[in-house]
Design a protein around this ligand. Structure first.
Ligand code: ADP
Ligand code: MG
Length: 275
């Protein structure tokens, strides 16, 4: 009986995966896979070692999650990738060059707690900020930029809120506005730190839809998350951290009981999609 149920579940799961790849194949950009190469990255805050010798690859066309317990160094790894904290060892390369020398290719949405929600900006202002690099300060935004921003706001379902100050929105709406700003940047690499904290179900659905669209368009999509619930099945690849790299690779390779035990020190109940 156990076998029957296992295979039934497995085939259900494969059907779901099949649907995603069928959708992806309609829109897929045929560009070759690109990757961020993270080699021997270590980070210290003063004397405290936050990350030691992290080695992994983040591939385009895949939704990649950075997982691990509180204080594991997830945000630190994302910041190290983007040059927002100095590395004490190692390098981060994209297409054989330092990623920090090509940050115009990156869109980054930090953790909610790092954003000043009292800043007097409307939804439209925030999303247009995503166009500044393409336009330059002091130059007026082109019709193209306005259209790109408008489309991005529409994609996240915020068209009716263009003139609303961001401080007056719900947590989920705020997260969607920042997602729209990232989309407006038309980047190759998208980095999100804990985008699912403090949001509603509708927002979670929109965010995952957009992530899958970006991956299908052969973008690099890197997301810090800590929720080991059912939503983990959205991720293709995982980087499991606890101050050092515990495991990396496809979700199926990484999500073993042993790896999770190592990362969470045995304090974890997780959603298993294999059994
Ligand atoms: P996570 O995102 O996985 O919760 P962080 O990357 O934020 O973890 O933090 C990793 C460790 O580094 C924690 O022990 C945290 O207290 C420490 N840390 C993070 N940022 C700083 C900082 N700016 N100064 C000093 N220590 C920090
Ligand atoms: Mg964090």
């Amino acid at each position: 009986m156990q076998n029957v149920s296992f295979y039934q579940k497995l085939s259900l799961f494969q059907r779901q995966e099949g649907q995603i790849s069928a959708q992806a194949s309609k829109t897929i950009d045929m560009n070759a896979t690109t990757a961020i190469n993270i080699a021997h990255v270590g980070v210290h805050y003063r004397t405290q070692e936050a990350l030691r010798d992290v080695n992994c690859i983040v591939k385009s066309g895949r939704l990649t999650g950075i997982f691990g317990p509180n204080g594991a160094g997830k945000s630190t790894l994302m910041k190290a990738i983007l040059g927002l904290v100095p590395v004490s060892s190692g390098s981060v390369l994209y297409q054989n060059k330092f990623l920090t020398q090509q940050l115009e290719k990156v869109a980054y949405v930090p953790q909610r707690s790092q954003i000043d929600w009292t800043y007097p900006a409307t939804v439209w202002d925030v999303v247009m900020m995503g166009r500044v690099k393409k336009t330059g300060w002091l130059r007026s935004f082109s019709a193209v930029s306005r259209q790109v921003a408008k489309n991005a706001i529409e994609r996240v379902g915020m068209s009716e809120y263009g003139d609303r100050p961001i401080g007056e929105l719900s947590g989920g709406q705020q997260q969607r506005v920042f997602l729209a700003r990232a989309l407006a940047q038309q980047a190759d690499i998208f980095c999100f730190d804990e985008p699912f904290v403090g949001i509603d179900q509708k927002t979670q659905t929109v965010i995952f839809e957009v992530f899958h669209e970006l991956a299908a368009a052969n973008k690099i999509v890197l997301v810090v998350n800590h929720d080991l619930g059912e939503s983990i099945t959205h991720f293709d690849d995982l980087i499991l951290l606890n101050r050092e790299l515990i495991a990396t690779g496809s979700r199926q390779q990484v999500l073993t009981e042993e790896n999770l035990h190592l990362a969470y020190n045995g304090k974890v109940m997780y959603f298993s999609d294999a059994a």
